[in-house]
Design a protein around this ligand. Structure first.
Ligand code: BGC
Length: 746
């Protein structure tokens, strides 16, 4: 009997321990930790720190002594990145296993959380599936792709033994010079917030313990993309009203979706580095947005408060500043200086222990949530989710819907499959020009690491038409000299019926992508001019991460297809569109400017919408080469019957808006129905239009569908002079295509 009671009590105690929340478990563990163990948890180092030969390692080989120094000696909580290029799944398993084995040698056996940048698919595992970058996903206007691509990315990361993804990028793409423009969802707030939140949900909704999920990391909070010069990591000057109107909504929405972690903007806003801003990190992110997860710095950004931003007069002051502002984990990442300095700072009373405990608790909660305390090793069940054939189909579907047909003079496209074509230009035989940054390497610019079945534009076109119908003057690789040989292009064009000219940008990431020019380089312009001079129809295919100006060559191009950096299946998607196997339906997620003096965004203010000429206002202030939302199809769509449920919207009621879309051409096609609103008068100058909703529909030739939207006052809101998000009573206009209707909000 006594034995039974004893067993009962033991079981009860066990159940109680198990019933503890992750929060309680983390708090209990924090109570057992030494200060050294705590600051170690807050330390994140890069792979080079534990690699054989440090930065010299290219094969992912761990130096056991260096690993011990990091994990046992300094109790590091997290490791990130690779040195040179992606590894196989097996290599990742061996890396993660060695690290977690070492963590078992520590006093408290706290597992290490590994983090990688899976930005458009899992960057750093060989043969992972690469999807269109966010900018191209935004062009699909199909939220399902943001969801599905993130789910596959999560599975392929987790299959590699990695449970933390540094994605999605939620920076808003309103500065086209910025080298990270392709990582954004473009210039519109609504697209960024809906697609970003969808990605976060997709990464995490299965539950972080599940082998199909990873922790997401919203980045780069906040204002990173607003650099005045467009150079990466340079100052932004963003008034609070603008910060809240354009930069904050995507983060707010993603926090609501339950994001586990946030990474901070390396830059400064209005002179204050974000890593040192208690207002932005604690007051706004934690208190106002209610973010409960873990905050990590970006690369070296605490050191930089001292040695680049010069707001801290010593490295230790920089550490104290950042931790007191609200940072939980430091991506140090190349040494243990942060560990040493934070220990000192706490001992000198410069950082309160309560702040340390709070940070460590958040890190441990993440690890509990990820199931790392249960089993930190690569999971067999996860491995089976790597590289499934259906991921390739998804990559192709997403790339198809990203393709944005900008120009189709006299329906030159689609070309007949019997056309003899010359495929020319630097992007014709380059994989990196189709995939861009974060593709098997950080810069993505080394074709060697791409899967062997990846196709270049030339290959995909040759596969479709038969090699006999396709010639090229381009050589392998974007920088190949022959790619720019104007005379060769002119000569080869003699035997061709049409020229497919593949121009744009080779892959770049971060500061290596800084540019002095948005104009396409002269050697590419020369190719376009020579191609046009042959008199043959020229179809321009653009693979680029940001709008490079083509204004001077556009008139002589018969067709223009914007292909972005659309991942593994870019080439196949381009070929399908050019030769009519796919009817394009992408829409520009940014305004394609004519020139540097014409950078006006679609949600312009009234005074940007006009040009003042001798005190007369004339229309035409918004004068891009191709407008936000532009995108042609091989069929035609017409709208009718725009109806509002009421002419007056009150309080929290819903306004139902419906419209009928008809496919009036003779091809089936997809179409994004986009609803814009215009607040006619407001206390803060209203935008001429703001995208409030969209729905992608599929219409057979001749078919009609009625699309219904439901709006409420929040969809009409803006940030007022008191920094409050409000909807003011007044008159509004709804615009869908060429149809308009007015209503009043009371
Ligand atoms: C980038 C981040 C990235 C980090 C780790 C930084 O340079 O700004 O986006 O997550 O490196 O690779």
């Amino acid at each position: 009997m006594k034995k039974a009671i004893f067993l009962f009590l033991i079981t009860l105690q066990y159940c109680q321990i198990n019933a503890q929340t992750d929060q309680q478990k983390a708090e209990a563990l924090v109570r057992k930790m030494t200060l050294e163990e705590k600051v170690g948890q807050m330390t994140q180092v890069t792979f080079a720190v534990i690699a054989k030969g440090g930065w010299g390692d290219t094969e992912g080989n761990i130096d056991p002594a260096a690993l011990k120094t990091a994990v046992v000696g300094h109790h590091v909580g997290s490791i990130l990145n690779v040195n040179a290029h992606a590894f196989t799944v097996e290599k990742w398993h061996s890396i993660i296993t060695q690290i977690q084995d070492e963590a078992k040698n520590t006093r408290l056996k706290i597992p290490v959380v590994y983090g990688l940048d899976g930005m458009h698919g899992q960057t750093y595992t060989l043969n992972s599936t690469l999807f269109p970058h966010n900018l191209a996903l935004a062009a699909t206007r199909n939220i399902a792709f943001a969801t599905m691509a993130a789910k596959v990315t999560a599975k392929e990361l987790r299959a590699s033994g990695v449970r933390w993804n540094f994605a999605p990028v939620l920076d808003i793409g309103r500065q086209p010079l910025w080298s990270r423009f392709p990582e954004t969802y473009g210039e519109d707030v609504y697209i960024a917030k809906t697609m970003g939140a969808a990605a976060v949900k997709a990464y995490e909704e299965d539950g972080l313990k599940n082998p199909t999920a990873v922790a997401s990391c919203l980045k780069h909070y906040i204002g990173y993309s607003g650099s005045r010069t467009g150079k990466d990591r340079t100052p932004a000057y963003i008034p609070e009203i603008e910060l809240r109107e354009y930069y904050l909504p995507a983060f707010r929405e993603a926090v609501r979706s339950g994001a586990a972690t946030v990474m901070i903007n390396s830059g400064e806003i209005n002179g204050e580095p974000v890593h040192a801003s208690k207002y932005l990190l604690t007051d706004l992110l934690r208190k106002e947005l209610g973010f409960k997860g873990m905050i990590v710095t970006d690369w070296e950004d605490i050191k930089r408060l001292y040695d680049r931003h010069n707001v801290a007069s010593s490295p230790r002051q920089a550490v104290a500043m950042a931790i007191n502002a609200g940072i939980d984990m430091s991506m140090v990442p190349t040494d243990f200086s942060f560990y040493d300095l934070l220990l000192e700072a706490v001992k000198k009373g410069e950082v309160p222990i309560s702040r340390i405990d709070d940070a460590v608790k958040r890190i441990l909660v993440l690890k509990y949530r990820l199931g790392l305390f249960d089993d930190p090793y690569p999971e067999a069940a996860a491995k089976n989710n790597f590289g499934k054939p259906e991921y390739q189909t998804l990559a192709l579907d997403a790339a198809h819907e990203a393709m944005t047909l900008l120009k189709n003079e006299n329906n030159v496209l689609p070309l007949a499959k019997s056309t003899k074509v010359l495929v020319a230009g630097p992007a014709a035989q380059s994989l990196s020009a189709l995939n861009g940054c974060w593709s098997y390497t950080w810069q993505g610019n080394n074709d060697q690491w791409y899967p062997s079945d990846s196709k270049t534009l030339y290959q995909a076109i040759a596969d479709k038409l038969g090699a006999a119908n396709v010639t090229t003057t381009s050589g392998k690789g974007f920088d190949n000299k022959s790619n720019y040989d104007v005379a060769a292009l002119t000569a080869a064009a003699t035997n061709a019926d049409a020229i497919i000219l593949c121009l744009g940008e080779n892959a770049y990431a971060e500061s290596p992508g800084n540019t002095r020019e948005l104009q396409l380089p002269d050697d590419q312009i020369a190719l376009a001019k020579a191609a046009a001079a042959t008199g043959k129809p020229v179809i321009l295919v653009l693979t680029e991460g940001r709008p490079r100006f083509i204004t001077n060559i556009e008139p002589s191009m018969r067709g223009i297809l914007m292909a972005y950096w659309s991942g593994k299946k870019t080439a196949e998607a381009v070929a399908d569109v050019l030769f009519g196997d796919y009817n394009p339906d992408g829409r520009l997620p940014f305004s394609y400017p004519k020139s540097i003096g014409e950078i006006v965004l679609y949600d312009r203010k009234p005074t940007e919408d006009v040009r003042e000429v001798f005190n007369d206002n004339v229309k035409g202030g918004y004068d891009p080469l191709f407008a936000f939302g532009h995108g042609l199809s091989y069929t035609t769509f017409e709208y009718s019957d725009l109806k509002l449920g009421s002419s007056v919207l009150t309080g929290n009621a819903k306004l139902i808006v419906s419209i009928t879309a008809k496919n009036t051409g003779n091809r089936d096609g997809k179409h994004s129905v986009e609803l814009y609103s215009h607040d006619l008068y407001a206390s803060i100058t209203p935008s001429m239009k703001r995208l409030r909703a969209f729905q992608k529909i599929d219409l057979r030739a001749g078919e009609s569908k009625t699309v219904t939207f439901s709006l409420d006052k929040n969809d009409l809101a803006f940030v007022n002079a008191k920094m409050k998000t409000v909807t003011e009573p007044g008159e509004f206009e709804i615009m869908i295509g060429d149809k308009k209707a007015k209503f009043a909000y009371k």
